[in-house]
Design a protein around this ligand. Structure first.
Ligand code: GLU
Length: 397
C-alpha cells in the first residue's frame, strides 16, 4: 500500500509559520474568554482608512469583480512605479507585479530565481518565512550571523566568506523584521556593489519602509543607489504595514524585466491576480492616504518610546532600541529557558502572546510587537515585569 499520509511532496514538509502560530494560539485563548495581550504578530492595530474601504466597495459595486491582468490593474501598476521612482528606484509599470501580500512577492521572487544547487545568503536573525521560502525553492539557505554591535548588518568580510559561484541571492530586510535595525548607506553601498561585481541578486524586502523613525538612519532603498545595483535587485513592498491593510493581501514588487517575466508566469499559475476590488482599495491608498500613513508612523514612533521605557524596568530582559518597524527583539538568556518555553509560559501565566526567537534563528530571543494601543503596552509590560521577576526567582531557587 502506498503510504500517502507520510509522504511530503516537494513542499509538504514545511513547518507552519511561528508568527502566525502564536497569533492562532492567542486567538484560541481569547475565544475562551481570556483577555490576551497580542504582542506576537506584526499587525497594526489601526483600522484601514475609510477612504480605502470605500474605494474597494465602490469598485465592487461598479462590477470590478472579474479577473484582471495577472500582474495587476494598469492604474495600480503605474502608481506603484511612480512611488518607486519617487524614492529613487527607476521602474516602469511593466516592471511591477501586484502580488497577494509582500509574502507572495518574496516567495515568488525566490522560487522564480532559485532552485536545487543554488545558495541564498540569509543574515541571522531573519524573518521566519524568508527561510522557508528558500527551502521551498529547493535552494540552500546559507546562514550568516549578524550582530547588534554592528547594527545587524552584513559586512564585506561576510560576503567574501560566504558568496560563491552558487550564490543566487542575498536577502536584505531593512527596516528589519525582527530586529528593527535600519541599514546604513555605507553598508547598502557595499552590498549593492558586491552584488554587481559578483553577479548575484538582492531580495530587498522593504515592507517596513514607511516605518524608519530616526533622522540619522533614514530608509534608503538599495536599488536607488545606482542603475547597476537596481539591475541586481528585486524590491518588495506591501500595503499591509504602511496603510494598516494586513488582511487585504496586497503587495508589489519591481525587478529587472527578465525576472519580472518569470515571477509573472509563476503568478499566472498559482494565483492569477490579486483580488480585483482589493487592488482598487490599494490604488486609493497610494493616491490619497499619504497623511494617514505619516500619522500611523508617528503613533508607532511614540509607542516605541513608551514600550522601550517600560521594558527597561523588566528584570533580566536585554534589548536595544529599534530604529524601525514595530518590534523589539529582546534577549531572554537571563532566564535559562528556550524561546518556545518562555513564550508558552508567558501565554499561559501572563496571557501575553509573543513570537519565539527560534523562528528567527535566535533561540535566546523573543520578539514583541508594539503595534498595539498604549493601554495594552502598559498592561502587558507590567505583567511581563512580574513574569520575568518570577522566572529570575525560580532560577535562583
Ligand atoms: N510579517 C508579520 C510578522 O512577522 C505578520 C505575520 C507573518 O506574515 O509572519 O509577524
Amino acid at each position: 500500500m502506498k503510504d500517502l499520509e507520510h509522504t511530503t511532496g516537494l513542499l509538504g514538509a514545511l513547518p507552519p509559520s511561528e508568527t502566525l502560530g502564536t497569533l492562532k494560539k492567542g486567538i484560541l485563548l481569547a475565544q475562551q474568554g481570556v483577555e490576551v495581550y497580542m504582542l506576537s504578530v506584526g499587525e497594526p492595530d489601526f483600522d484601514t482608512p475609510d477612504v480605502i474601504k470605500e474605494a474597494c466597495a465602490d469598485a465592487m459595486r461598479r462590477g470590478m469583480t472579474k479577473y484582471t491582468i495577472p500582474a495587476g490593474i494598469g492604474e495600480l501598476r503605474e502608481a506603484c512605479a511612480e512611488k518607486f521612482r519617487a524614492s529613487g528606484i527607476d521602474s516602469t509599470p511593466e516592471q511591477i507585479i501586484i502580488t497577494p501580500g509582500g509574502k507572495f512577492a518574496c516567495g515568488g521572487a525566490i522560487a522564480a530565481l532559485c532552485g536545487p544547487g543554488d545558495e541564498v545568503i540569509l543574515p541571522v536573525p531573519y524573518w521566519v518565512s524568508h527561510l522557508h521560502m528558500i527551502r521551498a525553492s529547493g535552494a540552500k539557505a546559507v546562514f550568516v550571523p549578524t550582530f547588534r554591535e554592528n547594527n545587524f548588518e552584513l559586512t564585506k568580510e561576510d560576503l567574501e566568506k560566504y558568496v560563491n559561484e552558487r550564490t543566487r541571492l542575498v536577502v536584505l530586510c531593512s527596516p528589519s523584521n525582527p530586529t528593527g535595525a535600519v541599514y546604513r548607506k555605507t553598508a547598502l553601498e557595499m552590498l549593492g556593489n558586491y552584488a554587481v561585481e559578483k553577479n548575484f541578486m538582492i531580495l530587498s524586502d522593504e515592507v517596513y519602509e514607511a516605518l524608519a523613525y530616526d533622522e540619522a538612519l533614514p530608509h534608503i532603498p538599495i536599488a536607488s543607489l545606482s542603475p547597476e545595483i537596481n539591475a541586481h535587485t528585486v524590491t518588495i513592498n506591501s500595503f499591509s504595514k504602511s496603510y494598516a491593510m494586513t488582511g487585504w493581501r496586497v503587495g508589489f514588487l519591481t525587478a529587472p524585466m527578465w525576472l519580472v517575466r518569470k515571477i509573472d508566469a509563476l503568478q499566472t499559475h498559482l494565483v492569477a491576480n490579486v483580488t480585483t476590488f482589493a487592488q482598487y482599495g490599494a490604488l486609493t491608498a497610494l493616491r490619497e492616504c499619504g497623511n494617514e500613513c505619516v500619522k500611523m508612523k508617528n503613533a508607532f514612533k511614540a509607542r516605541r518610546e513608551l514600550f522601550c521605557s517600560l521594558l527597561e524596568k523588566v528584570p533580566g530582559l536585554k534589548f536595544s532600541r529599534p530604529s524601525g518597524a514595530f518590534y523589539v527583539f529582546a534577549d531572554i538568556s537571563s532566564y535559562g529557558l528556550s524561546s518556545t518555553e518562555f513564550c508558552d509560559r508567558l501565554m499561559e501565566e501572563a496571557h501575553i502572546a509573543a513570537a519565539p526567537g527560534c523562528g528567527f534563528g535566535e533561540d535566546s530571543f523573543v520578539r514583541f510587537s508594539y503595534a498595539c494601543s498604549d493601554e495594552v503596552l502598559k498592561k502587558s509590560a507590567a505583567l511581563l515585569a512580574d513574569f520575568c521577576g518570577k522566572l529570575l526567582e525560580e532560577k535562583r531557587a
